[in-house]
Design a protein. Structure first.
Length: 686
């Protein structure tokens, strides 16, 4: 709580004391020549005598100047009171505010006159008398100018009340009673400005509550920052008042470093996350920033942000606007808007994860577990809080599952209308593949984890605007494990798998398919997931010779996809049964191509055991599996279906899975594939 004696000794009250003497002297002078001064109902009605007296007064510029000069002379003689305009060269808050908002001495005088009733209630009665209306206890425009030695007749003085003048444009003064003539309109100073001038900055403006505005203050000296700065952030912090548009693909990834640099330079930051364009809130944010000497960071920009950018740009303070879209010159044609690209260097986040999570349940590599997530520092804090809360609910310290679950929730894409989400529940231990394709899948996960280091820090990204995406092609016959392999990769990375729904993407109207695909790519670019194009040759097929308009538009779709894959920043897997149907130009843009072979008898045995691992089995199952694996050439997907059939047969009997159930399931899948099944056991079977 502030010291009351310090408040009473504040420079603002010293200014108001001088104003109080001037107002009191003006009351004495006007009451001496007022025949109705002794009337107890004065100010409640207008008598005929008072009207005649007003009509008989001289009118015009010279008459008003003469009256002002006479009043000033009488005040000086009778009360020895002078009221010069405030001196704005001092270090007090009024002087600092005047410099921040570009106020003139007359502006500062008007501000003092307007806020006086909010600080000292005695001014209410005095203003009521001078306004000749006991109900109007705030200063009017005419009264403020009378106390300054000028009046409404002065064009330069009237201009100080224009909406574009510093007082009103900066949000320091409200002019009320719009139905009245300008000289009679009441003046009000917002409470936030009054509190600031009195030395109270403990809270932000009430209008900024619940609208996505967060005040960040510099850490105490010697405290360690959670986020490392970047050269770009340090340049923004060192520059003067600038308006910067920072284009970033992942929200907050680059602005966090800019905020850290500003806070490190000792500047408060107002972080504004607008849900829509609201210029009134933008002006309140800007006023708060100028009162505190703070910078404004807006991210992400809403759709059609032109009015918001115009309200904030070239405001005399540092403003950072961040968004995924390139800046439009029409947003603020008259403003000097610096357009910058977010730096490509990755910022280490493992330390922030460790600080936010604290002690962990088991010893796992936290940096490796979180490397696939492209989260901002704010998202990491939210994910860590969620992981701690979930772990506390289960009565343990945070585990790998808690961390990955919370991170997925924070960075979940909005793809439910165009893709089907699969929450991976499998890993490499569940995958039966030869050594070479298995090694390629491990390489794919390594690429997804370390792409920021290799392509960013080590600068191994090629030119041509190529993104940091990882795109793989899984080729093989139906049922060989291509979709299962994509799920394993997603599970290993701790990400969700989204299978693109072609029925919601492909459209018969020209250009609509590309628009639907663009929505998917944009969403995956800014979030963390694995995108699966199953049966990808339906979309990524070869271009053909143009013989009709249909061929031309089909080739246009392929050309769009070729360009989009170049700039892709996410993780995508394409699967196909016919690799030859994929255009060669797509193959060049692939990072990993994995061929899923048809399983041999040994692998089929492993697949059978893997599929039946959790079922109760009879003693003859293992022997029958060995025979079926040799007798029936089934792919992994067919073996899984056969195992499910065996499970249903056993459940219907209320007993365990037997060798006969396994053979029945295998025979059924063999027939489904159109293969000949001999009655009884084959002659070559043992």
């Amino acid at each position: 709580m502030s010291d009351p004696r310090a408040v009473l000794d504040s420079p603002l009250l010293a200014h108001l004391a001088v104003l109080r003497a001037r107002v009191g002297a003006l009351v004495d002078v006007r009451s001496a020549g007022d025949p109705t001064a002794g009337d107890p109902l004065r100010g409640l009605y207008l008598s005929a005598e008072a009207a005649r007296r007003i009509s008989a007064e001289p009118f015009g510029h010279e008459a008003h100047e003469a009256r002002e000069a006479q009043e000033a002379h009488e005040i000086q003689e009778a009360h020895d009171v002078a009221f010069p305009l405030p001196d704005l060269g001092g270090d007090d808050r009024l002087g600092a505010l005047a410099r921040a908002f570009g106020l003139s001495p007359l502006d500062a005088h008007i501000l003092l006159v307007a806020l006086a009733p909010d600080v000292e209630r005695g001014f209410e009665a005095l203003y009521g008398y001078l306004n000749d209306d006991v109900g109007r206890r705030r200063a009017t425009m005419a009264l403020a100018l009378d106390l300054a030695g000028t009046g409404p007749f002065d064009p330069a003085a009237r201009d100080r009340f224009h909406p574009g003048a510093p007082l009103r444009f900066g949000g320091l003064l409200d002019v009320e009673d719009e139905d009245r003539p300008l000289p009679g309109r009441a003046l009000r100073v917002p409470e936030r400005v009054v509190a600031h001038l009195l030395g109270d900055d403990t809270r932000t403006d009430a209008h900024l509550m619940g609208v996505g505005v967060e005040l960040l203050t510099p850490a105490p000296a010697g405290a360690e920052s959670d986020v490392a700065t970047t050269p770009l952030g340090e340049r923004v912090a060192a520059a003067g008042p600038v308006t910067v548009h920072l284009r970033e693909r992942v929200p907050g990834a680059a602005t966090d470093a800019v905020v850290a640099a500003l806070l490190g330079a000792g500047r408060p930051v107002l972080r504004y996350r607008p849900e829509c364009v609201d210029t009134a809130v933008a002006r309140a944010v800007l006023r708060e920033a100028r009162l505190r000497g703070a910078a404004v960071v807006v991210e992400p920009l809403p759709q059609r942000p032109g009015p918001l950018v115009r309200a904030l740009a070239s405001s005399g303070t540092t403003v950072v606007l961040a968004g995924a879209e390139a800046p439009d010159p029409d947003w603020a044609p008259d403003a000097e808007l610096l357009a910058l690209e977010a730096p490509g260097e990755a910022v280490a986040t493992a330390d922030l994860w460790q600080r936010e999570l604290g002690s962990l349940e088991n010893d796992f590599d936290l940096a490796e577990a979180t490397a696939a997530y492209r989260l901002s520092s704010d998202q990491i804090r939210r994910a860590a809080r969620a992981a701690r809360a979930l772990a506390a609910f289960e009565g343990t310290a945070p585990t790998l599952a808690h961390v990955q679950h919370s991170a997925r929730l924070v960075s979940a894409p909005l793809l439910d209308s165009h893709a089907r989400r699969i929450r991976p529940a499998v890993g490499f231990a569940d995958l039966v593949l030869p050594e070479e394709p298995l090694g390629l899948l491990h390489e794919l996960t390594a690429r997804a984890r370390h792409r920021d280091r290799v392509l960013g820090e080590w600068r191994l990204r090629t030119g041509g605007g190529r993104g940091r995406g990882v795109v793989a092609l899984f080729a093989g016959e139906s049922g060989t494990g291509k979709t299962f392999g994509a799920e394993v990769v997603a599970g290993e990375l701790g990400l969700d798998l989204y299978v693109v729904d072609l029925s919601s993407v492909v459209d018969k109207y020209v250009g609509e398919t590309e628009k639907n695909l663009e929505r998917i790519f944009v969403e995956v670019d800014r979030t963390d997931c694995v995108l699966l194009f199953d049966e990808a040759d339906a979309v990524f097929g070869k271009r053909s010779e143009v013989k009709s308009s249909h061929d031309r538009y089909a080739n246009l779709e392929s050309a769009y996809l070729l360009q989009r894959l170049e700039a892709f920043d996410g993780i995508a897997v394409l699967t196909t049964n016919l690799r030859a149907n994929i255009d060669d130009a797509f193959t060049r843009r692939l990072d990993v191509v994995v061929d899923f072979p048809f399983p041999d008898p040994e692998q089929r045995v492993s697949l059978w055991h893997s599929c039946l691992a959790g079922t109760p089995k009879a003693a003859d199952v293992a022997e029958e599996i060995a025979r079926c694996a040799k007798e029936f050439e089934l792919a992994g997907g067919a073996i899984r279906s056969a195992a499910v059939t065996a499970g249903y047969l056993a459940a219907a009997r209320g007993s365990t899975v037997t060798g006969a159930d396994v053979r029945a399931g295998a025979r059924r899948e063999y027939r489904k594939a159109g293969r000949l099944v001999l009655e009884g056991r084959a002659p070559w079977a043992p």
